[in-house]
Design a protein around this ligand. Structure first.
Ligand code: SPD
Length: 361
């Protein structure tokens, strides 16, 4: 299978998003989606295998082994470092995966490309544990195709013992004092989005002049960066080879668990909040096992173990009292400083061009 280039992927994405209608009405139990069946199909006996394709570092050590033992299912886990990496693989025709974990802004793409199977609630008896904040969200009205997993923010992780003062602004990436010891995420939504925020803009802007400014800010930061690096930056922060890193809060917490001198801050200009949710693919070979896995994740003790290990806020309300960290749900004041990433629509090509120019500049 030939993988499309990123540009080709985005071109196809835009074209298909324009051509394909969004998957049917939300209350319906019988709407067809892609190659999937109906939401009230009997899924038959549980299969012997399950294939998960998830963000890296997003599971507790016990999550998969205990599911395998209890349900007699062999689970394989493949991981990705960005939404775009996962989506490109699916759109290029990857088959064999049952469950993926996109962020909310990817849902229009999932709808337009009919990638998701409408969920059969008959198999999701633990559904009532979901926190109200994640019931009927705008990205998946009626929670028709997804089970919310976790939420988090993008901010700045730093080594308290190796910087002069805690960073407070995205401007820190322009500070030449830390040249060669800083990283930003290898994620175009987070990098360009943070420089839009730096200038007081929406992190979903598709305004060409605002994006030109964000590009200029990103290019000004680039000589100071060691790399664009996502989850794998944790080991470099722990070792002290990187002292300032744009990072997601949960991954920062994982690093803090190993190196208490690491701090994490959400910059004063504001930042992104994200929600990631489990989706069963329309062409999943193991639909019943996939539903059983989603229902297992909805158990409070399973969700609590994931939140404790990964440092992300759980979307499972019943899990929160069981967690050690008790990551509180965002308040109104928090939300005023945070913004959800949303689908860029026709602006995706411009963002992609700018990201290519930043990376090659
Ligand atoms: N290690 C898990 C990271 C999860 C990040 N998800 C969302 C990123 C949105 N930009």
């Amino acid at each position: 299978m030939t993988r499309p280039t990123r540009r080709e992927f985005l071109r196809r994405l835009t074209a298909s998003a324009l051509a394909a209608p969004v998957v049917g009405s939300l209350g319906s139990c019988t709407a067809k989606a892609g190659q999937g069946g109906t939401t009230d199909d009997d899924l038959g006996p549980i299969e012997k295998d399950l294939s998960l394709y998830l963000w890296s570092d997003y599971l507790a050590d016990t999550t998969v082994p205990e599911f395998e033992r209890e349900f007699g299912v062999r689970v394989t886990v493949d991981t990705y470092e960005s939404n775009e990496e996962m989506a490109a693989k699916l759109i290029a025709g990857a088959s064999g995966y049952d469950v993926v974990l996109p962020s909310s802004y990817l849902f229009p793409l999932f709808h337009a490309n009919r990638l998701a199977l409408p969920l059969n609630r008959k198999y999701l008896g633990n559904w009532s544990n979901v926190a109200p904040l994640f019931v009927n969200p705008s990205w998946d009205p009626g929670n028709r195709i997804s089970v919310p997993w976790a939420w988090g923010t993008t901010g700045i992780a730093y080594r308290r013992d190796l910087v002069d003062a805690p960073p407070t602004s995205w401007a820190v990436f322009h500070d030449a004092r830390y040249r060669g010891k800083m990283t930003m995420l290898d994620d175009y939504r987070d990098v360009i989005g943070s420089f839009l925020k730096f200038r007081g803009r929406s992190l979903n802007s598709v305004d060409p002049s605002e994006l030109e400014q964000a590009k200029a800010d990103a290019l000004a930061a680039k000589p100071n960066l060691k790399a664009y690096l996502s989850g794998p930056v944790k080991s470099q922060l722990i070792a002290g080879d990187v002292v300032i890193a744009q990072l997601w809060n949960g991954d920062a917490s994982q690093a803090i668990a190993e190196q208490p001198e690491i701090g994490f801050v959400v910059p004063e200009e504001g930042s992104m909040i994200f929600a990631d949710a489990l989706v069963v693919l329309a062409n999943a070979p193991h639909k019943r096992a996939a539903h059983e896995f989603l229902n297992y994740i909805l158990r409070p003790e399973v969700a609590a173990a994931i939140s404790d290990k990964t440092g992300y806020g759980s979307a499972n309300q019943a899990a929160v009292p069981l967690t050690r960290a008790k990551v509180p749900y965002p308040t109104e004041a928090d939300l005023a400083r945070l913004e959800y990433q949303t689908d860029l629509g026709g602006g995706a090509e411009l963002w992609d061009r700018i990201w290519t120019e930043i990376k090659s500049g």
